[in-house]
Write a protein that binds this ligand. Structure first.
Ligand SMILES: [Zn+2]
Length: 377
């Protein structure tokens, strides 16, 4: 997801485009209902939806239920509505429901298109007037839903629901919320074998970054978790949905580090990431961990913010328990705040980080090997 954010940040300047809407080939453009839907969509795009304010073109029901009612808005950084020209590919009616398929893209200097996303919206009448709805709201009706504890699990019909894993997730929620002193909240959890099945359910036929090998992948929003490849137990994202909002004053590495410490990353435990990072860094003495916040991905499996963020969180938890970890969770959002927090809680100066982190990775790796050997006996 990080690579995606970097690509997208390059497009911040595209605000200059304004929100231009064009049409590919729309069948029935003379039809009154089709025209109404086209106007509705244009008006919505012109209403600065990235501001997430009250919106007369979006249905009232979803606006009342969800603070961030347009679920696709936050799929891209800084926003799906960052200014890419929108090209409507089709407007299709089926009974009372109309599906709008739109491409967010621009034309590069060499004439080839650069496509950010192909997204679907639903237009449906609310009090006799067309309003926009999330594709997810309609599409999820075709999936199965089982509620266990505070979690509504949505899954495709081919999936055999695993109650044990669902219960394990609820246990994780109770324990984690208890440790952080917050109340567990109900949320929707979408799971499938492959993450792109969930993207389609949400209404994304295509998004930049799609493709490659199918790996466990997840995303949390304020009231939903989406995850592919790990069934009913994807604790990392569940940590985000339950805990993040209660500790807004924290660095990105704190959030990802604690999530990885408690819930692993990409289906693997923090220990697993520590072992391979240790081996990797031994082969790369030139990597400067005094500036570790500048590092992003070690490779396709491990990211520095998960593994080193997780290691730092572990050291703080080991030293001062949950109360110290909670303090760390409110230690500020800037890079300077993060380095200062390490100095305050672990007494390690920024200039000592390279030695400290490498040493701790080695120590932790040895502990893991010993623990594994004892376990095997
Ligand atoms: Zn995360």
């Amino acid at each position: 997801m990080k690579l995606l954010q970097i690509i997208i940040l390059l497009f911040l300047n595209f605000q200059a485009f304004g929100q231009k809407v064009t049409y590919n080939h729309i069948v029935d453009t003379a039809d009154v209902e089709t025209k109404k839907v086209m106007m509705l969509f244009e008006n919505y795009l012109a209403s600065n939806p990235h501001n997430k304010g009250k919106n007369e073109f979006w249905n009232i029901e979803e606006q009342q239920k969800h603070k961030n009612y347009d679920f696709l808005e936050s799929e891209f950084q800084p926003s799906l509505y960052m200014g890419f020209p929108v090209h409507v590919l089709s407007v299709k009616f089926r009974n009372e429901i109309c599906q709008i398929k739109a491409q967010f893209s621009y034309c590069k200097a060499d004439g080839s298109p650069y496509v950010l996303a192909i997204a679907n919206y639903i237009a449906k009448k609310e009090y006799r007037k067309f309003k926009l709805f999330n594709a997810l709201t309609v599409n999820k009706q075709t999936w199965n839903c089982t509620t266990v504890g505070v979690v509504d699990f949505y899954y495709p019909t081919y999936h055999k629901f695993d109650y044990q894993k669902a219960q394990k997730l609820n246990n994780f929620i109770s324990e984690t919320c208890n440790n952080f002193g917050v109340k567990p909240k109900a949320f929707e959890y979408y799971l499938a074998d492959d993450y792109d099945e969930i993207q389609v359910l949400k209404g994304l036929d295509y998004y930049i970054g799609m493709g490659g090998q199918s790996k466990p992948s997840g995303k949390a929003t304020d009231d939903k978790v989406y995850c592919g490849g790990l069934g009913e137990y994807y604790p990392h994202e569940v940590f985000h949905v339950q805990i993040d909002e209660h500790f807004p004053n924290k660095h990105f590495w704190v959030s990802e580090g604690v999530a990885t410490l408690l819930g692993g990353s990409r289906g693997k435990s923090l220990d697993w990431h520590i072992k391979r990072t240790n081996l990797y860094l031994q082969k790369h003495p030139e990597i400067d961990l005094n500036n570790m916040l500048k590092l992003t991905n070690l490779d396709g499996e491990t990211s520095y913010h998960y593994v080193l963020g997780g290691l730092i969180a572990k050291k703080i938890l080991d030293k001062g328990g949950w109360s110290l970890l909670k303090e760390f969770m409110s230690s500020g959002t800037t890079d300077e705040d993060y380095y200062n927090a390490i100095e305050k809680y672990l007494e390690i100066n920024k200039t000592e980080l390279n030695d400290f982190v490498r040493e701790q990775l080695e120590i932790e790796s040895k502990k893991i090997t010993v623990a594994n050997n004892v376990y095997k006996k």
